[in-house]
Design a protein around this ligand. Structure first.
Ligand code: NIG
Ligand code: FE
Length: 422
């Protein structure tokens, strides 16, 4: 017998995260039908459910997925889109625990970078790490995110800087899909730091990025986007612009680390090039925000790095809100400025440190995170989108941002298949 649906999940409250008048895009539907890895239908009332259930190969009463609730007596659990961590650097060799100790004794992130530590320290360790070691450590890190209901992760290169290691990082990142129930989007971040072999020759390194590395990476389809660290300790706006225009020639969308430590005017440049996102943006000037609004660029907030570097300058949240610039939220999982393996903690930090509402935090890790990656097939619960879903034993969606290490999903579905839960 052929079925119209693969799975119907019922007895749920749906936080669709669609842009709507109701908080969290809550839908009155209490059931959802999945087919071929996608959301096929949202079922509005009890009346039609009996019929729909007959057309499904498998039927799941969501209340039975909640521990201690075998009788199905609790209120219906909440169904949310799978989380999207749209900014990570989780493939790297070694760690930077020693630098953490140095920082606790007064050295700043910038001091350490200028002394050859920081990103360059990780570059040395990543160049020495073989593919197997890089993969095993990356699996461990990505697994932490998946355990919290993350179903899509963006991973940047940028700790190799030479072509071999950058390619190895991007391959390792993509291969995480074979080990975990997650989609990986890769970003080439060649312009992350100046490698020693180009010391005193940043322009020469940008020549290498634009003439050799980027064309090769694009030709092998190793990256979904290109990123630049535009900063006093990174690359200038004119160097950034060269990378942007080269990426565009190769048809790759742009992202940028900007205004993290200073107002270098990277965001305006990124907006001019129609970048998908500008990330960090603590030092973004209010007067530059209309440029982002106009180009439809997403502002990616990274409260983990803000917290970890004891930053005091907050991103201009009120002005971003006033201009309706979509705000995404991510872990920035990396060994130096944000060793944060938790999207839920990033949401809590977004609320406590940046005064986001829990709804903004959740939207930031779902719908707006999808936009920051240029993905239109996920991030909200809607017919036609991927069936990347998480189920939670909570009374309100706000609880996910309110608690610190308080929740794990009762179930996770990746493209229609249940990959976590009983
Ligand atoms: O997003 N800002 C530049 N890159 C990373 C930090 C990388 C590192 O310190 O290793 C970031 O904060
Ligand atoms: Fe980053």
């Amino acid at each position: 017998m052929s079925y119209q649906y693969d799975t119907v999940i019922y007895n749920v409250r749906i936080a669709s995260m669609q842009d709507s008048e109701v908080p969290y895009g809550e839908l009155l539907s209490h059931a959802i039908a999945l087919k071929d890895g996608k959301i096929a239908a949202l079922i509005p009332s009890d009346d039609s459910l009996g019929e729909i259930v007959k057309q499904a190969k498998s039927v799941i009463d969501a209340t039975t997925l909640i521990p201690q609730n075998e009788g199905g007596t609790l209120k219906h659990p909440w169904l949310l889109p799978g989380f999207i961590d749209c900014h990570t650097h989780l493939v790297y060799g070694g760690n930077r625990a020693e630098e953490f100790e140095m920082r606790l004794q007064g050295a700043s992130y910038v001091d350490i970078a200028q002394r050859g530590g920081g990103i360059k320290g990780t570059v040395e360790k990543t160049r020495c790490a073989d593919e197997r070691t890089l993969l095993n450590t990356a699996i461990k890190r990505a697994k932490r995110l998946c355990e919290e209901g993350v179903t899509t992760i963006e991973v940047k290169s940028g700790y190799g800087l030479d072509l071999d290691t950058e390619v190895r990082m991007l391959r390792v990142a993509k291969s995480l899909e074979q080990h975990l129930p997650v989609s990986i989007k890769t970003t080439y971040l060649g312009a992350h730091a100046l490698p020693n072999e180009f010391a005193e020759d940043a322009d020469g390194y940008i020549d290498f990025v634009c003439e050799k590395a980027l064309p090769y990476i694009a030709s092998q389809n190793l990256a979904d986007a290109v990123d630049v660290f535009c900063e006093t300790i990174g690359f200038s706006t004119s160097q950034t612009e060269r990378v942007f225009s080269c990426a565009q020639e190769h048809g790759l969308p742009l992202k940028a680390h900007v205004e993290q430590l200073s107002d270098s005017k990277g965001a305006v440049l990124a907006a001019k090039y129609g970048a998908l996102s500008v990330d960090h943006i603590e030092y973004l000037a209010d007067s530059d925000i209309p440029h982002l609004a106009q180009s439809g660029t997403v502002a990616v907030l990274l409260p983990g790095a803000f917290y970890y570097l004891s930053e005091v300058q907050k991103p201009p949240i009120d002005a971003l809100r006033a201009h309706n610039v979509p705000m995404a939220l991510a872990t920035d999982f990396n060994p130096g400025s944000s060793p944060l393996a938790s999207i839920l903690t990033a949401m809590n930090m977004g609320c406590v440190l940046f005064q986001l509402t829990p709804e903004e935090a959740l939207r930031g890790a779902t719908a707006h995170a999808a936009s920051a990656l240029g993905l239109h097939d996920r991030g909200v619960i809607e017919a036609g989108k991927l069936a990347d879903l998480t189920l939670w034993d909570i009374e309100t969606p706000a609880e996910l941002a309110y608690c610190i290490n308080g929740h794990r999903p009762a179930a996770v579905f990746k493209e229609g298949k249940q990959v976590q839960g009983r």
